[in-house]
Design a protein around this ligand. Structure first.
Ligand SMILES: Cc1ncc(COP(=O)(O)O)c(C=O)c1O
Length: 356
């Protein structure tokens, strides 16, 4: 194992021999009586896709389909949604009551939840006023940090992060930390992916998902992309049979070139609706600020007197209130839906105007 990754693993993980599931051990024969499965599917099961056997422990075809999509020389692990990738990174690299992760707030909540649930500490470094990385503050906490999560584009702020800051951080941590860049929304801004940096930085690992632009949130399929050494480390802790066969098949199909084209066309359309929505929103007197978005949502700051979340919910429109975040008072995160859905928001705001 590469020295850097090996040196970052807690002793208990370094020495861990992964569970040897029947699929992991392999071995070929004509009778498979090694996994306590039902040898013949029941008559009521779907003959097109019998489900009596455990799935592949490392669905290779799925990983290859994703790497083809990424067009990168790397390795990749299919996981049950990006959320499982986040959890796996915390459990693999951080020892409870010893290590800390570092996050830049406000950001996606699961980094902190996963760490806290595992007894791992959390360093929170607020983003700057324009939602960029505060590199000097991050650097002061590096001596007590093991794993850094960067969400780019960031949820809930929606912005891309300055690529030179990310590069700087990778340079600084190249021999000492794992940097996980969560690119759950990257398809909305593809040219800004950090994938090309994988060749340069063995400490970089990238989290991806089919839940957003691919429209497959119910499938629970995501990916962790990194060097073979990094991915092998994560494989130590992954569940014995991570991806159900029907999910792997649907995901492989979604990654075929013609379906990727459809995804890209849908992204283009959604980005156009987002632009129109932001243009209309900017004319509303209730809106204080619309933050730049490289995602399928926009963060909007409203006039303090409006109470936008309640106003919209009264109209049956459910958005995400961000007021619990100190930096996001009076902010609401709005997912971009159809033109019609966005028009409903505009008209709810305009109607409010007429009332006063
Ligand atoms: C930044 C970010 N990462 C990860 C996830 C989780 O994605 P998945 O559905 O693949 O678990 C989300 C979901 O909202 C997200 O916003």
């Amino acid at each position: 194992m590469n020295n850097l990754i090996s040196s970052l693993l807690p002793e208990s993980i370094k020495n861990l021999i992964p569970y040897q599931s029947a699929r992991r051990i392999g071995a070929t024969g004509h009778l498979y009586l090694n996994a306590n499965e039902l040898e013949q599917p029941l008559p009521c099961s779907n003959p097109q896709q019998p489900l009596n056997r455990y799935p592949d422990f490392k669905p290779q075809q799925l990983a290859e389909a994703y790497l083809d999509f990424c067009q990168v020389e790397a390795d990749c692990l299919a996981v049950r949604g990006a959320d499982e990738g986040i959890e796996l990174l915390v459990r693999t690299f951080c020892a409870p009551a010893v290590d800390n992760i570092l996050i830049c707030t406000p950001t996606y909540g699961m980094y902190e939840i996963c760490a806290t649930a595992s007894g791992v500490g959390v360093h929170r470094v607020p983003l700057t006023a324009d939602f960029e990385l505060d590199i000097p503050s991050i650097e002061t906490l590096l001596p007590t940090t093991k794993l850094i999560f960067i969400c780019a584009p960031n949820n809930p702020t929606g912005n891309l992060l300055d690529s030179s800051s990310i590069r700087h951080l990778l340079e600084k941590t190249k021999e000492s930390h794992v940097v996980a860049v969560d690119e759950a929304y990257i398809e909305y801004s593809e040219q800004d992916s950090v994938l090309p940096l994988l060749a340069e930085f063995p400490n970089l690992v990238i989290i991806r998902t089919l839940s957003k632009a691919f429209g497959l949130a119910a499938l629970r399929v995501g990916f962790v992309v990194g060097s073979p050494v990094m991915i092998n480390a994560l494989r130590k802790l992954i569940a014995p049979y991570p991806i159900p066969d029907p999910c792997a098949d649907i995901a492989i199909d979604a990654l075929q070139p013609s379906n990727v084209e459809q995804m890209r066309a849908a992204v283009k359309k959604q980005n156009k609706i987002k632009q129109q929505f932001c243009d209309q929103l900017s004319e509303s007197e209730w809106v204080e600020r619309i933050y730049p978005s490289a995602t399928n949502f926009v963060l909007v700051r409203f006039k303090p007197s409006l109470n936008p979340f309640d106003l919209l919910i009264a109209e049956g429109i459910v958005t995400r209130n961000q007021s619990h975040e100190p930096a996001l008072q009076d902010c609401v995160r709005i997912t971009i839906g159809s033109e019609q859905s966005m028009a409903e928001i505009i008209s709810a705001l305009n109607n409010k105007k007429r009332e006063i």
